[in-house]
Design a protein around this ligand. Structure first.
Ligand code: ZN
Length: 165
């Protein structure tokens, strides 16, 4: 078992912090978010929240995520979670993976659009813009095919920036 992936739950009553070790995959996909809790100090059965300690995204996690419709990195807003310039190479790699489910490709594409959107809106990290533009334009067909599935606040800003309709 990976010892560096775990969740710490806080007892709602006595605030005791209890650590639960799980394999990386199970933490990454939130498989234990609703597990029962029992405080080892006061026996109270409700915890406040979990501090999730998990390795950054990697090939183990993403190679399953793109093909398995039943696993989630987050319950919602997965594209915001993935929208990190440090993940750029991973996002592109799995966007190009022929095994990736269309629903996952849309999320990956959205994540890339969020990165571009944030750079344009915040006017920083501009050094990444040229590469992002190049990489996205190499995948013009995907942008075209999935346009209606990508949130409008993103397409309204990112598509004109790329010179796309
Ligand atoms: Zn307690």
């Amino acid at each position: 078992m990976d010892t560096d992936t775990y969740i710490i739950r806080h007892c709602k009553k006595c605030k005791h912090r209890q650590r639960y070790d799980y394999p990386k995959r199970e933490v990454a996909f939130g498989l234990h978010d609703d597990d029962p809790f029992l405080c080892s100090k006061c026996n109270y059965d409700s915890s406040d929240y979990g501090e999730v300690h998990c390795n950054k995204l990697d090939d183990d996690i993403l190679s399953e995520w793109i093909i398995n419709p039943d696993v989630y990195l987050l319950e919602q807003d997965e594209e915001l979670f993935l929208a990190d310039i440090n993940y750029l190479d991973l996002l592109l790699k799995y966007l190009d993976d022929k095994k990736a489910l269309p629903a996952k490709k849309i999320i990956l594409l959205e994540a890339l659009c969020v990165i571009v959107y944030d750079i344009i809106k915040d006017d920083k990290d501009k050094e990444h813009l040229n590469r992002l533009k190049d990489e996205l334009l190499k995948r013009k067909q995907l942008l075209h095919d999935f346009k209606d599935s990508i949130m409008a606040y993103l397409t309204d800003v990112v598509y004109p920036f790329l010179g796309l309709k």
